[in-house]
Design a protein around this ligand. Structure first.
Ligand code: TXA
Ligand code: MG
Length: 350
């Protein structure tokens, strides 16, 4: 199959709508990451998403809408949801809702809830309006790769597998949406993202964060969100996170880099913009300013993809505080590193 990458024009949007109505797949930009969409009400079309991504069939998808009227007949809206929808839609928040039998099993992997999101990106909105359908869409990467934040990332993973990619430029948030469960018990963040815990708490009061957000799932532990089970965001190389005081971390990164190179590895560091100069001998990959965690979020997946294209096999990374958008950054970075962490102090000479 020939994959077309088109700039966004009325004709391109009409073409996307036609492909979706006929049961085909379209990759499109959202404010978080690029999605790989299909008509959520057509089980064969949705099954094609799983095939194109190489995604395990038991990992459910998010249904994207542009108008809350599209929810009629598909879901029961949980009591806490209207206030969330009012505050954060359109935007990077996905809300679980009990579903009706009108939602195909293949979308929800058989679960009795369906994840719903109304994206704010103008291209996503225009495409959803043009096709008039709820669109099931996971991130448009091959399963196991970082989510795509540019059309070029999508093309690298999906060339020859899908007919159309709409190029809407780089994504603004750069990490996937926050997934929240308000269907039972305390409101719980299953996946941190662009809408932070503090933002949610201003609307809901206390919000829990699923335990596995900042650590691996333990043996026998049930994943609240099936996506948490899988190896994710993992570059081919081994990533280690380096923690400690700023000056100690910079010194430790240099020592760790030199040791790895001496041992014959192709090594690099992922560091804040402020430390690129001090670490210029260590193949620095600039993750953004230490004062700007939003920038770190925006650049993270592109940086992880570069590690693979540049053939890095040992990577040492700085970390951000796990608060605000930093919680989402550390969830993704932690998983990329299989939560392998080094204390800078343990590396420095005594
Ligand atoms: O920002 C985003 O959310 C992007 C854009 C394209 O909208 N989409 C995205 O989709 O990241 P995906 O499929 O890569 O991640 C969806 C996550 C997975 O971790 C999945 O397990 C979880 O949401 N999920 C979906 N439906 C669920 C459900 N009914 N219950 C629990 N978790 C669910
Ligand atoms: Mg994904």
């Amino acid at each position: 199959m020939q994959t077309q990458l088109l700039p966004v024009t009325d004709a391109a949007l009409e073409k996307a709508a036609e492909i979706l109505r006929e049961g085909g797949l379209v990759a499109f930009p959202t404010e978080t990451v690029y999605g790989l969409g299909a008509n959520a009400l057509n089980p064969e079309a949705v099954a094609a998403i799983f095939a194109a991504k190489g995604r395990p069939a038991d990992n459910p998808l998010i249904a994207h809408i542009c108008d809350t009227a599209q929810l009629d007949g598909l879901v029961r809206i949980p009591d806490a949801a209207p206030a969330l929808m009012e505050a954060f839609w359109p935007g990077p928040l996905t809300i679980l809702m009990p579903r009706t039998s009108a939602v195909p099993d293949v979308v929800t992997a058989g679960l009795d809830t369906v994840a719903i999101r109304m994206p704010s990106h103008p291209v996503a909105q225009a495409m959803l309006r043009a096709c008039g359908l709820p669109v099931a869409a996971p991130s448009a990467n091959r399963s196991g790769k970082p989510s795509p934040t540019t059309a070029a990332h999508v093309l690298a993973d999906m060339d020859g597998r899908i007919p159309l990619i709409l190029d809407g430029g780089p994504c603004d948030v750069g990490l996937e949406s926050t997934v929240i469960d308000v269907t039972h018990g305390a409101p719980t963040i299953l996946r941190p993202g662009g809408v932070t815990k503090a933002m949610l708490e201003r609307v809901l009061g206390h919000v829990e964060v699923a335990g596995s957000v900042l650590r691996p799932l333990q043996a026998g532990e049930k994943a609240l969100s099936p996506g948490m089970r899988y190896r994710h965001y993992s570059p081919d190389g081994q990533v280690s996170l380096v923690e400690g005081d700023e000056a100690d971390v910079v010194e430790a990164l240099e020592i760790l880099f030199r040791q790895a190179e001496k041992n014959g590895h192709r090594a690099c560091v992922m560091c804040f913009s402020e430390h690129v100069e001090a670490l210029k001998a260590c193949r620095p990959h600039d993750i953004g300013s230490r004062d700007n965690p939003e920038e770190v979020a925006r650049r993270l997946f592109d940086t992880l993809r570069r590690l693979d294209t540049e053939g890095m096999d040992v990577i040492f990374s700085e970390v951000v505080p796990a608060e605000g958008i930093g919680l989402a950054v550390m969830n993704r970075l932690g998983r990329a590193a299989s939560f392998h962490t080094i204390q800078a102090r343990d590396v420095l000479p005594a």
